[in-house]
Design a protein around this ligand. Structure first.
Ligand code: ATP
Ligand code: MG
Length: 137
């Protein structure tokens, strides 16, 4: 059993896709064990994406991630990190396989609907960035 960290990004929340995206997680056997809605401050978004601080898209990414409310969740299941990334599809929706969340719901490379941790180590760090152990069921 593994945990991963997941975000429904502002474009997907704005388009009323929270339920559709949660349905995909649950249908895949990924259990939602913590969840909250937040409107990120710039400081929170910059800290979360600190690894990308020197990338040319960083400012635009922070603008987007602070543009409206997001839903954060911890997902639990067998092989959760890899299976969640499989359900999301490729970062660039043009490369995302049919039937993945990004193929269906992304608006662009930046506004790509969802985030998912890329390793167990990232998952632990990202979960701890937003949730205390007591908020995870
Ligand atoms: P995420 O971390 O959101 O799950 P990812 O791991 O597939 O996605 P990263 O390389 O970590 O992709 O990039 C983080 C986010 O930054 C992407 O999801 C996307 O929103 C944005 N992004 C990544 N690369 C670019 C780019 N070249 N141009 C614009 N935005 C980008
Ligand atoms: Mg990433």
């Amino acid at each position: 059993i593994e945990r991963t960290f997941s975000i429904v990004k502002p474009n997907a929340v704005a388009k009323n896709l929270i339920g559709a995206i949660y349905s995909r997680f649950e249908a895949a056997g990924l259990k939602i064990v913590a969840a909250k809605m937040l409107h990120l401050t710039r400081e929170q978004a910059e800290g979360f994406y600190a690894e990308h601080a020197e990338r040319p898209f960083f400012g635009g990414l922070v603008d987007f991630m602070t543009s409206g409310p997001i839903i954060l969740q911890v997902l639990e299941g067998k092989d959760a990190v890899r299976r969640h990334r499989e359900i999301m599809g490729a970062t660039n929706p043009e490369n995302a396989l049919a039937g993945t969340l990004r193929a269906d719901y992304a608006d662009s490379l930046t506004e790509n609907a969802v985030h998912g941790s890329d390793s167990a180590e990232s998952a632990a760090r990202e979960i701890a960035y937003f949730f205390s152990e007591g908020e995870i069921c």
